[in-house]
Design a protein around this ligand. Structure first.
Ligand SMILES: Nc1nc2c(ncn2[C@@H]2O[C@H](COP(=O)(O)OP(=O)(O)OP(=O)(O)O)[C@@H](O)[C@H]2O)c(=O)[nH]1
Ligand SMILES: [Mg+2]
Length: 476
């Protein structure tokens, strides 16, 4: 219980989950604004790594036996390759960084959900009509525990979401207690969208593709945000240097047909004659890949005077990271308190279920039930109901949907009731009227799903009316 209490005071914890090589660590670095998590073609994340804010940079390897061993970051500022002991004996790696971006967000990098072998076998199983849930079956126990323990998860997909990914999400929902069963705390990312079409602008395709996936996954994630993680990492972590920019400028002035050949494939970019040396070209590929290089060259061709800082800012925009940050802010961070409250309650309920002493059990159950009855808790139910409607799982007439969204997302009664000038008495009357309307709808309206949502809205307006009546006249 002390652990649960302590967790309530910590920043929102977001786990980044997804299949092997989906680009999870790259995204982690972009979100932290530093390149600390190893990302490379050959490098796997084999242990859970937790990144949190601290007053000094520190890496601690936490063993399964509870021991802690400190390690320095390596010369590149990254987590060292050698952790001093085998992955099997490590519970997780605890990294504290002075990065401002971590002040109210703790990020957890997890190993890929399925090994290369099981990915194949899962696909085979799917073809046999027996889709498996690699998340549940194949993920190592530490990752599963860490994802379940996080209050929110960002699930990284690449290209098509396969049915077994959906099963993975279902398994996640089952695993991570009551709250996880709604899209309130889960966000999808469609990663590596630059690999969809070579140098061609992937955005016209990525948008609709992400929308389709969001529809497929509406039961588990609130939205799917397309990103080019690599560009986000390179730009946010300040990896693009003035020398890189100078090299890009040399390439930008090449004749169009030469550039076209150069950018046709990574191999051609490496091997064709060009005014820039091969090691520098390899570096550009690692930092930007083909789409990023093509994008930078187009920017520099249009504006040859562009400085490195300006180019980096444009790369950030082209990466899609601002929208992802915005989504994390709005749909995860903003709801952090509600998410954490729900998380803590489900933990306490589970504790109550496992408590040996009957008296302990009863004390815990009484306490959680009291919280569940608290009007403040109803806010969480409202969020869930609004999410269910927003994601199309429950259909409501548009005006009703809007009203429910306002009720769930605003704590200003004038906004909720759409009466910007009203005084307290008028607001209270409007809340009573709305509560009555929703109750009628719950009883006489459409199907059972709508009725459940309407009940929640009814109670929300009822509580609002109560608080308005209790408030002194002239409430702001
Ligand atoms: N072109 C391109 N490459 C990317 C992008 N994001 C990541 N990569 C590359 O993909 C490879 C794998 O990325 P990681 O971030 O290590 O992927 P991961 O999901 O952490 O991989 P594991 O931890 O091994 O499961 C690296 O070589 C990255 O540079 C992207 O948006 N575009
Ligand atoms: Mg990784």
């Amino acid at each position: 219980m002390r652990q649960v209490r302590d967790r309530l005071a910590e920043p929102l914890r977001v786990a980044i989950a997804g299949r092997l090589k989906a680009g999870k660590s790259t995204l982690v670095n972009a979100l932290i604004g530093r390149r600390v998590a190893p990302t490379a073609v050959g490098e796997c994340t084999r242990v859970v790594t937790r990144f949190r804010y601290g007053t000094a940079d520190r890496v601690e390897v936490v063993g399964r036996d509870g021991s802690r061993a400190s390690l320095p970051l390596d010369d590149d500022g990254m987590i060292p390759q050698r952790l001093g002991r085998g992955a099997a004996r490590i519970a997780y790696v605890d990294v504290t960084l002075t990065s401002e971006k971590l002040r109210d967000l703790t990020v957890v990098d997890t190993p890929g959900l399925a090994s290369a072998d099981t990915q194949v076998s899962a696909r085979a199983a799917a073809e046999l009509g027996e889709p498996t849930a690699p998340f549940d079956a194949d993920i190592d126990a530490d990752s599963a525990a860490e994802v379940a323990a996080a209050e929110a998860v960002v699930y990284v997909f690449t290209q098509a979401v396969r049915t077994d990914d959906v099963h993975a999400l279902d398994a996640f929902r089952a695993a991570s207690a009551r709250l996880a069963s709604s899209p309130i705390n889960a966000l999808g990312v469609l990663g590596k969208i630059d690999t969809i079409g070579g140098v061609a602008d992937p955005w016209p395709v990525a948008g609709p593709l992400a929308e389709q996936q969001a529809a497929l996954l509406a039961r588990t994630v609130s939205q799917v945000v397309p990103v080019v993680g690599l560009l986000a990492e390179t730009a946010e972590a300040g990896r693009l240097t003035a020398a890189d920019c100078a090299a890009l400028k040399e390439l930008a002035v090449l004749p169009g047909d030469q550039l076209q050949v150069l950018l046709a494939s990574a191999d051609l970019f490496r091997s064709r004659p060009a005014p820039v040396g091969v090691p520098q070209r390899e570096r550009l590929l690692a930092l930007l890949d083909l789409y990023g290089i093509g994008f930078a060259l187009a920017q520099l061709a249009a504006q040859p005077q562009l400085g490195t800082g300006d180019l980096v800012r444009r790369l950030i925009l082209a990466s899609g990271l601002p929208r992802l940050r915005d989504s994390v802010d709005r749909s995860l961070r903003w709801r952090a308190d509600a998410i954490k409250a729900g998380w803590a309650l489900s933990r306490l309920e589970r504790l109550a279920g496992h408590a040996g002493e009957r008296r302990d059990r009863e004390v815990l159950r009484d306490a959680t039930e009291q919280v569940l009855r608290d009007p403040a808790y109803h806010r969480l139910r409202l969020l869930e109901a609004a999410q269910r409607v927003a994601t199309g799982r429950v259909e409501l007439p548009v005006a009703w949907e809007r009203e429910l969204t306002r009720l769930a997302t605003s704590d200003d009664p004038r906004t909720v009731l759409g009466l910007p000038q009203a005084g307290t008495a008028e607001l209270a009357a409007a809340a009573v009227e709305a509560a009555g309307r929703w109750r009628v709808y719950a009883v006489a309206g459409a199907g059972p799903a709508q009725a459940r949502v309407a009940q929640v809205a009814h109670r929300g307006f009822h509580l609002l009316a109560q608080s308005l009546r209790a408030a002194p006249e002239g409430l702001r």
